[in-house]
Write a protein that binds this ligand. Structure first.
Ligand code: ATP
Ligand code: MG
Length: 408
């Protein structure tokens, strides 16, 4: 076998000649961000390092459109764990467990043969060169390595829809060889778009809303209203479990809990009647606004979807927007329940949301809810309640929790 290139500097570090397992990350939109790209990549690299900290200390090496995640004494098993964890970090499109080998054809072949060992079915080899100085073209490399695999294992090459694809990527200092991979979340790195506060019930929708906004680069805090002292703590446990699951997408999540029962009673005795549900949603938003400002958040996020329940008609959504100055982001506004549930299943919050609890809202539900809430009527009710003061008091009464992904 001919060695086509001298062993590059990088091989001297701590990789054996056979290659070192590492994680190769393909970045999504980050690549498109022009001048901001540097900022995006730095944020993403930080987020990746943070996410895997409980597993291993890693180096994140930035290359054109890809990241390489390396760790000392990497084994295939350790790198698989890293790849699985990193696939939850926003801003990544693909996570590949790859062999990182020297820039000689022999090492590439060896890694490719190892990857295909024990596999059955058809295969294809696909090479690309990020370093065009490599002496073989992509097609030559495909043919050479493909031929070796076919000879060794007797497997058929199929270029269209193969059962296995062996990818070879020639980089500046090394070559990456991998097969398959985990799809990432896509989107933008958390923290790139600022900070916002999610109004988090124990339901199906608000966790999905949180996920979608984290994926657009927002770092989020969570606010939950419990019916305490008139309900049990079950809804708090649910909110806690939901935030702990969602924490895998950003890390360092904070959950603020407000005992809301007494305020609900006040709304009820204020004669709000059919407007009680909207009045209470407005009070939640106002409380959220006070808290968001303290946390330097610049938006509120809710799980509203147009028309899903009677409080979510266009008139009522307008009446909710009127309660606060901060923008209310509603990423689910145009989604239907089936789509939302599919997404909840994928982010693994659905089974938690489906646990029984005593929703704080049931206590207020009038026989017929208002679908065309008049803003003037709501303002009257709020005057009687002294809602601005009440929102301040409620924001003062929050309890802070720190649900950490993977903790008991
Ligand atoms: P979800 O599934 O998120 O509970 P939903 O379809 O049940 O939503 P509503 O109960 O009308 O709809 O709530 C709409 C939104 O109001 C929720 O998505 C959430 O953002 C907010 N919200 C409702 N109840 C609470 C609560 N107890 N604590 C915090 N936010 C809440
Ligand atoms: Mg709900």
């Amino acid at each position: 076998m001919t060695t086509l290139d001298a062993a590059p500097a990088v091989v001297r570090e701590h990789s054996p000649v056979d290659g070192e397992p590492c994680v190769l990350l393909k970045l999504g939109e980050v690549v498109l961000k022009g001048k901001n790209r540097e900022l995006f990549e730095r944020r993403l690299a930080d987020n990746v390092r943070q996410a895997v900290r409980p597993i291993a200390r890693v180096d994140v090496i930035r290359r054109h459109g890809v990241f390489i995640v390396r760790t000392k004494d990497a084994t295939a098993e350790l790198v698989d764990r890293l790849a699985a964890r990193i696939s939850d970090v926003m801003g990544i499109v693909w996570c590949h467990r790859a062999w990182r080998v020297g820039k000689d054809v022999e090492s590439v072949e060896k890694a490719a043969l190892e990857l295909m060992d024990g596999r059955t079915g058809s295969f294809a080899v696909r090479s690309r060169r990020r370093d065009k100085r490599f002496p073989l073209t992509s097609t030559e490399l495909d043919r050479l390595v493909g031929g070796r695999i076919a000879d060794r294992y007797g497997l058929p090459v199929r270029l269209k829809d193969p059962d296995h694809t062996v990818s070879i990527e020639v980089d500046r200092d090394e070559v990456f060889v991998f097969s398959g991979g985990l799809p990432g979340q896509g989107g933008l790195p958390v923290g790139m778009s600022g900070r916002a506060l999610v109004l988090m019930s124990g339901g199906i929708d608000s966790p999905v809303a949180a996920y979608r906004m984290m994926r657009r680069g927002l770092r989020v805090d969570y606010l939950h209203f419990s019916g305490m002292p008139f309900t049990g703590p079950e809804s708090i446990y649910k909110a806690y479990a939901l935030v702990r699951e969602l924490d895998k997408f950003q890390g360092g999540s904070r959950l603020f809990v407000v005992p809301f029962g007494k305020a609900q009673q006040q709304i009820k005795s204020s004669g709000a009647d059919r407007l009680a549900v909207i009045a209470q949603r407005r009070l939640m938003l106002r409380t959220g606004e006070v808290l968001a400002r303290r946390l330097r958040g610049s938006a509120l996020i809710t799980g509203d979807a147009l028309g899903q329940v009677s409080s979510q008609t266009l008139t009522n959504i307008t009446a909710l927007d009127d309660a606060v100055e901060l923008p209310i982001l509603r990423p689910l506004v145009g989604m239907d329940k089936i789509e939302i549930m599919d997404q909840a299943r994928r982010v693994r919050t659905l089974s938690i949301s489906e646990l029984p609890d005593e929703d704080c809202c049931t206590m207020l539900a009038p026989r017929r809810a208002e679908t065309k809430a008049k803003i003037d009527d709501l303002r009257q009710i709020e005057k009687r309640l002294d809602a601005a003061d009440l929102a301040d008091q409620l924001a003062d009464s929050v309890q802070e929790h720190r649900p950490v992904y993977g903790s008991a």
